[in-house]
Design a protein around this ligand. Structure first.
Ligand code: ADP
Ligand code: MG
Length: 230
């Protein structure tokens, strides 16, 4: 399916946002690295997909009525074998059914478990004056408590991407702090530029939130993605 068709189908479905797997396939088309994903429609299918992807895996609820998946017990991470996966599958189903009784459950997303690294947040907003604008910050308390983020109006040059990364106060944590290996800043730059391009090329995208993105010594991986349409 092309990206145009994907956006069209979302609209036909009466939605103004993309579900995680849709948002991830959208950004993957732009060459942004995302976790491997398969949408399972049953528990047995989830087991099969997990075996194909390889344990450990993560399970997540897929429902248009569930925007914040972990708030309703809809995410189970680091599932190491079939037994853990089956238990997690049932727990997610029962959590969501009890917390969001009207939820229309499209399935459960099986994905590779992304190992620990440095958590980032990459966002896109559409500023009424400046248009598509890329946001960058480090995950967790850095964004939520300290509001330690930087912004650049798209399209971004290499230099824009470089300076917006260096400009956050938490920058040091990317460069090999306290014995940690430095992360792949070039891969982060590349993702920021691509997010800007997505904003410029897709007028109908109002907002995008890649949270978290995990950065490694080699490469990055988008672990959760949301796209909101205008
Ligand atoms: P929410 O809709 O609640 O934001 P997320 O998909 O972000 O759901 O999952 C919640 C948390 O679970 C993430 O912030 C991350 O810490 C962890 N997580 C989610 N997916 C993965 C994954 N594939 N690998 C490792 N950790 C993950
Ligand atoms: Mg998230």
């Amino acid at each position: 399916m092309s990206m145009r068709e994907l956006l069209l189908r979302v609209r036909e479905d009466g939605r103004n946002f993309l579900l995680e797997h849709e948002a991830k396939s959208f950004i993957a088309e732009y060459g942004i690295a995302v976790t491997q994903i398969r949408l399972a429609k049953s528990e047995d299918e989830a087991v099969r997909f997990a075996q194909q992807i390889g344990f450990p895996v993560v399970l997540k609820i897929v429902s248009p009525q569930v925007i914040h998946k972990s708030d309703v017990g809809g995410v189970k991470v680091n599932l190491k074998d079939e037994e853990e996966l089956r238990r997690a599958y049932r727990e997610i189903m029962s959590n969501v059914r009890s917390k969001v009784p009207n939820a229309n459950i499209e399935g459960i997303l099986v994905q590779e478990f992304a190992p620990q690294g440095v958590e980032l947040i990459i966002g896109l907003i559409r500023d009424p004056q400046f248009g598509p604008t890329v946001m960058f910050g480090l995950g967790g308390v850095f964004v939520e408590v300290f509001k330690d983020v930087s912004f650049r109006v798209a399209p971004l040059s290499e230099q824009d991407a470089e300076t917006m990364i260096r400009e956050v106060k938490a920058y040091k944590l990317l460069t090999g702090f306290r014995g940690m290996e430095p992360v792949d800043v070039d891969a982060i730059k590349d993702a920021l530029i691509k997010v800007g391009r997505i904003g410029v090329e897709n007028e109908e995208i109002a907002e995008m939130d890649l949270n978290p993105v995990i950065a490694y010594p080699k490469g990055i991986k988008v672990v959760d993605a949301r796209i909101i349409l205008r």
